[in-house]
Design a protein around this ligand. Structure first.
Ligand SMILES: Cc1ncc(COP(=O)(O)O)c(C=O)c1O
Length: 288
């Protein structure tokens, strides 16, 4: 079952008019919340980011935070599988094609939930390949916009060589990857670019930062030059579906010693423990 404009229905029955501004202009924003054993992970943080994206593109939020929560939980309940990725998007609605905003269009709201696909154990243990590319996207990468043609073009570069991600540089500095944030480790220090308009403020990025700080792992936010990435001891990508994944080859060259490093192992364990804790607490809340 999916949700479209106030109703739950089978995906085959979900239809939107061709003049939807999401279809015509990519005029919309979206989110993806991971759900473990039917417990949404960091749902409020995802909803807060949705609120920020909507405000940034001057779109009315059709629902309150409580209404969003309720729709997501109902959708999760209607699926047959336990671990889910709940995708939701809001577009500026259906109107005659004109770039300027329509006066009276109602936003289109669509939610679907698919089985959550985390990296297989073997990839986590071996690490993944990535390539690099110039970040040629627009200057509002902090908005989770459905206009993803830039990201799609960049992701395709890695897909074509069988790699998991494309790591991006703007003016010689690391930004993020086509669909994830990036951390590097140099001499035991975890480094990541500070939040700015040039990267999406990842919910997983925040979790990784909190866990590193909680465990007393050295962490610095600063500009990271391309050379520092290429010669890093470890590179990780983070996202709601990838969680924390080590990159062990970059543009065909070995990263560090070619295996996921010790700081990655520590972070991976912390992340899995944290997920379990959140899941247990969620289950207890649901049972109460
Ligand atoms: C461009 C980009 N950066 C970063 C992320 C990671 O964000 P999150 O951790 O909230 O999934 C994503 C996720 O889709 C993304 O598309």
């Amino acid at each position: 079952m999916v949700f479209l404009n106030g109703k739950f229905m089978p995906i085959e029955e979900a239809r939107i008019p061709v003049l939807d501004r999401g279809f015509i202009f990519g005029d919309g924003v979206y989110e993806l919340v991971p759900v473990y054993s039917r417990v949404p992970f960091r749902m409020d943080e995802h909803l807060a980011r949705l609120e920020r994206s909507l405000a940034a593109v001057r779109m009315r939020n059709p629902y309150s935070r409580a209404e969003w929560r309720d729709i997501i939980l109902q959708l999760v309940d209607k699926q047959s599988f336990e671990d889910q990725g709940v995708y939701f998007q809001v577009t500026r609605g259906v109107a005659k094609r004109d770039h300027s905003f329509p006066k009276d269009a109602a936003p289109t709201v669509f939610l679907m939930s698919n089985p959550l696909v985390n990296p297989p154990k073997e990839l986590v243990e071996r690490g993944a390949a990535a390539v690099t590319a110039a970040d040629e996207r627009w200057l509002h990468c902090d908005i989770k916009s459905i206009s993803l043609v830039g990201n799609c073009l960049l992701r395709q570069l890695s897909a074509e060589v069988g790699a998991a991600e494309t790591i991006l540089f703007r003016d010689g500095k690391l930004t993020e990857a086509s669909a994830s944030n990036v951390f590097v480790v140099r001499r035991g220090v975890i480094l990541s670019p500070p939040k700015s308009k040039l990267i999406l403020p990842g919910i997983t990025y925040d979790v990784v930062v909190e866990l590193a700080q909680g465990a007393g792992l050295p962490l610095e936010f600063r500009d990271i030059a391309r050379d520092e990435v290429v010669s890093a001891d470890e590179i990780w990508v983070t996202s709601s579906s990838k969680e924390v994944l080590a990159i062990t080859t970059l543009d065909g060259k070995t990263v560090g010693n070619g295996k996921p490093g010790p700081v990655f192992h520590a972070m991976y364990r912390l992340y899995q423990e944290f997920k379990q804790k959140v899941m247990r607490a969620g289950k207890e809340r649901q049972a109460a």
